[in-house]
Design a protein. Structure first.
Length: 98
């Protein structure tokens, strides 16, 4: 889904930067809180947890271009919007995947 590629930047640009959420609260809402609701042992860096980590550059500014999405869908109301923050690496099970 395309929102997966824009969610982090939207949270940074529209919620963290204006001061509606702090970093810790925002990251919890994107990681451990959904995992907890779904009953998953994800969203944490505790010993024994899966080595799933997203490394972000919170300062990277970019313009949403659906033609560059990794997902197969290019439907988005955000095309042309300038956002700040982007995932630069994704590690799944201890292996770099992106």
């Amino acid at each position: 889904m395309t929102s997966l590629e824009t969610t982090l930047a939207l949270v940074i640009t529209k919620l963290i930067e204006p001061g509606h959420l702090d970093w810790l609260t925002a990251l919890a809402k994107l990681t451990i809180n959904p995992a907890r609701v779904l009953g998953l042992t994800k969203g944490t860096l505790r010993p024994g947890a899966d080595a799933d980590v997203t490394i972000i550059d919170p300062a990277e500014q970019w313009t949403v271009d659906p033609e560059r999405f990794q997902s197969k869908s290019s439907n988005t109301p955000l095309a042309g919007m300038t956002l700040r923050g982007r995932a630069v690496h994704v590690i799944v099970g201890g292996e770099v995947r992106f």
